[in-house]
Design a protein around this ligand. Structure first.
Ligand code: BES
Ligand code: ZN
Length: 707
């Protein structure tokens, strides 16, 4: 398995914490492809991108071409009921309608034949049975009238499939398909062979005039994209909780869909939940819902991985005109205090890369079982409660998820092999936000810590997986998740920034977001864009042009890559040898002004053979084992495990039983294994596993041989 940012090494990522956070009890808790330029791209790279289905695809593409010629002849008389294309509020012009997508090895969908343009979801949430039962109604656009609709599914029970010709044209900007009345007729359908990573195709035959499809289905209690929590696993302990996590390919486990980031749809939804629970979706609420039902609409076209649902005992606090936070009542005040800077962050990034095009931006604080730090669900970021440090020291995570409103949600990687276009861009944007709000020093410290993370990842990954342009065909896309996409990606953008200066490079990035707004993009398109916008630009004095193909397709980082530096770390570097040698004792460390990043830098730099007595002295003096900053706490626990500092055992066990964030728990279990404590690891995991999200369970099953 690849090392993963989320699975993290010892890496504590992009933390901006101060050490004086309150100790916290976590237990309560695609588009215009420039063909001329594109053909200059190395064909070997394209082979890699297309992966093992290439020859298959070539044959299909040829037959598709013939079909398209026929279809174009018919086009003038063909009625398609769908009004396609993005709908954007406000003054911003809609982006390009996606051209033919590149092949996505992680989806069975054939969007070049039949493409879903809008869907309506009607779901009933059953906490006792841990299932969603419902109906999805899909409006399709058909380039090939002979081809079936192919949807992705995983562990769904299909109860019925019906097809119809919509009684009136469907306007994606107003459609309410969740309740569409149409002359429904039973359809012929079948399931494809199930694949362990991809699930199974749902193949639906459609006669010539069909343009809407309705599927009745149920989810499995084990749905990989849902976590069902008992009241005891929530902060307030009074109500159960449900949330979805669809990235990368888990949307298919809770609704049949064309589950590829290259395929965008708008949607509407009606969710029935037991009173007094509240349902939220990463969409706009529709006010006129019937009693007991929450209705939503997402009018901008988005990929399936950004469809999100949460249900729980949730309340709201406004932060600004267009910003706010949702959390359980006991968490809400702390959350509102922690995230007070969001509006300033929005203004900062809008100043650089153009207006926020999603209307509202809210954050939903989830229970601590959430397997990630944050997920950029549009309009509504889902976040772990573990970033509430009390002192706003971990808000770079919010900056990151907010930045995805440009890099990722507005302009989306077309396949998971292009993940760096989402995550690398976002880390770069995140640091621009941090710099704008808190100064260059803090952003530099994040960049240095990020470079350390990258070095560690490069030390562990096979050469092919050190490339920005990945080949993930035949592999679970979750394994492509490593610091290469995040930190090597961000470093590449920084290389452009340093080569041409911000006065040149900032407008190029702005143009990228404008050109591809509401579209999905490939690495090949990025190369074309760079060639178009930077080939006539002159590097600053002393700088060489960026060797883009080396960054994209060679392992490691180019020798002339930027080297992030932080003055604030130099002071730490000076004292570390003295502390390790014992000439400066813990009590004499001048830590009063240390930021959390400085602490992280210090702790990361402690040699493996640091004497136990020194660690004990640090803990006694600074209470690291009870740090309110979870990045520091988790790193300290890992250091403890690796050094046999057994006094931390109960804090470690408590941590593993309450926190499900994969980035933290995987390194801790790995630490136990490396320390020869496999029995302890498996004993704790046996207790903790039922509380973990299926994603965390899967990573740990692989590590610990459980399941
Ligand atoms: N989109 C990611 C989370 C993700 C990536 C989920 C791939 C599933 C598959 C999110 O924006 C992210 O990067 N979260 C990070 C935080 C960030 C500050 C690096 C996390 O969860 O740790
Ligand atoms: Zn991200």
């Amino acid at each position: 398995m690849l090392s993963s940012k989320k699975d993290g090494g010892a890496a504590a990522n992009s933390s901006n914490a101060r050490s004086d956070g309150h100790p916290q009890d976590f237990s309560s808790l695609f588009s215009r492809l420039d063909h001329q330029r594109a053909i200059t791209i190395k064909t070997t790279a394209i082979d890699g991108l297309l992966g093992r289905r290439y020859s298959d695809r070539v044959l299909r593409a040829l037959s598709l071409f013939l079909l398209l010629v026929v279809a174009c002849h018919r086009a003038a008389t063909d009625h398609t009921a769908v009004t396609p294309g993005p709908v954007t509020p406000g003054p911003v012009a809609p982006g390009p309608v996606a051209m033919q997508s590149p092949p996505d090895p992680h989806s069975f969908a054939r969007p070049d034949e039949v493409r879903v343009r809008h869907f309506g979801l009607q779901l009933e949430v059953d906490f006792d049975a841990r299932t969603l039962t419902g109906v999805i109604t899909l409006a399709v656009q058909r380039a090939d009238k002979g081809a079936p609709l192919v949807l992705d599914t995983r562990a769904l029970t299909i109860d019925s499939v019906e097809v119809a010709h919509a009684p009136a044209p469907i306007d994606a900007s107003t459609a309410r398909l969740a309740t569409l009345d149409a002359p429904w007729q039973t359809a012929a359908w079948r399931m494809g062979t199930a694949d362990a990573d991809l699930g199974a195709a749902l193949i639906i035959e459609m006669t010539a005039d069909v343009d809407v499809v309705r599927v009745r289905y149920r989810t499995a209690p084990s749905a990989s994209g849902l976590q069902w929590l008992t009241p005891a696993q929530t902060a307030d302990g009074v109500a159960p909780f449900l949330y979805s996590q669809s990235q990368a390919i888990h949307a298919r486990s809770w609704f049949p869909c064309q589950d590829s980031p290259g395929i965008r749809t708008s949607y509407d939804a009606e969710i029935r939940v037991p009173a007094p629970l509240r349902a939220l979706m990463a969409a706009d609420p529709i006010p006129d819902a019937p009693a007991g039902v929450a209705a939503f609409a997402m009018r901008q076209p988005i990929p399936a991985y950004l469809v999100a649902l949460a249900v729980g005992h949730l309340e709201f606090a406004a932060l600004g005109e267009r910003t706010g936070v949702w959390a359980e009542p006991s968490v809400l005040p702390r959350a509102a205090h922690e995230f007070a800077d969001i509006e300033r962050m929005m203004l900062a990034i809008e100043g650089l890369y153009g207006p926020y095009r999603w209307g509202r931006y809210d954050v939903l604080v989830l229970p601590p079982a959430f397997p990630f730090g944050g997920m950029e669900n549009p309009k509504l970021t889902f976040a772990t409660p573990t970033i509430i440090a009390g002192d706003r020291s971990l808000v770079s995570l919010i900056a990151h998820e907010l930045a995805h409103s440009w890099s990722g949600n507005l302009v989306t990687n077309a396949t998971w092999a292009d993940l760096w276009l989402n995550e690398g861009f976002t880390v770069y944007l995140e640091r621009r936000i941090i710099e704008a709000l808190f100064g260059r020093e803090r952003a530099d410290m994040d960049a240095v810590l990020g470079r350390q993370d990258l070095a560690e990842a490069l030390g562990e990954l096979a050469p092919d997986d050190q490339r920005l342009r990945l080949d993930l065909a035949g592999r679970d896309p979750d394994v492509g998740l490593s610091d290469v996409a995040y930190e090597k990606g961000a470093l590449l953008l920084r290389a452009f920034e340093e080569t041409y200066g911000r006065a040149v490079f900032d407008p190029v990035l702005l143009a990228w977001f404008d050109r591809h707004a509401f579209g999905s993009v490939t690495t090949v398109q990025f190369e074309a864009f760079v060639a178009e916008h930077l080939q006539d630009a002159t590097p600053l004095p002393g700088r060489n042009a960026v060797d883009l193909s080396a960054w994209l397709d060679a392992p490691g980082v180019p020798t002339d890559a930027p080297v992030p530096k932080a003055e604030a770390f130099a002071r730490i570097d000076a004292v570390i040898p003295q502390f390790v040698a014992g000439t400066v004792p813990a009590a004499a460390l001048a830590t009063d002004t240390w930021s959390a990043q400085q602490w992280l830098h210090f702790l990361r730099a402690l040699p493996r053979d640091t004497e136990l007595a020194r660690l004990r002295a640090l803990d006694t003096r600074f209470g690291l084992g009870t740090s309110g900053n979870i990045e520091i706490l988790a790193l300290w626990l890992e250091i403890g495990v690796r050094h046999g500092y057994r006094e931390l055992d109960s804090a470690l066990e408590q941590f593993l039983l309450t926190i499900g964030r994969r980035k933290f728990v995987v390194p801790l279990y790995r630490g136990l294994l490396d320390a020869g404590r496999g029995d302890d690891a498996r004993r704790i995991f046996a207790r903790a596993r039922p509380g973990y999200h299926p994603i965390t369970q899967g990573s740990l099953d692989a590590l610990l041989g459980g399941g």
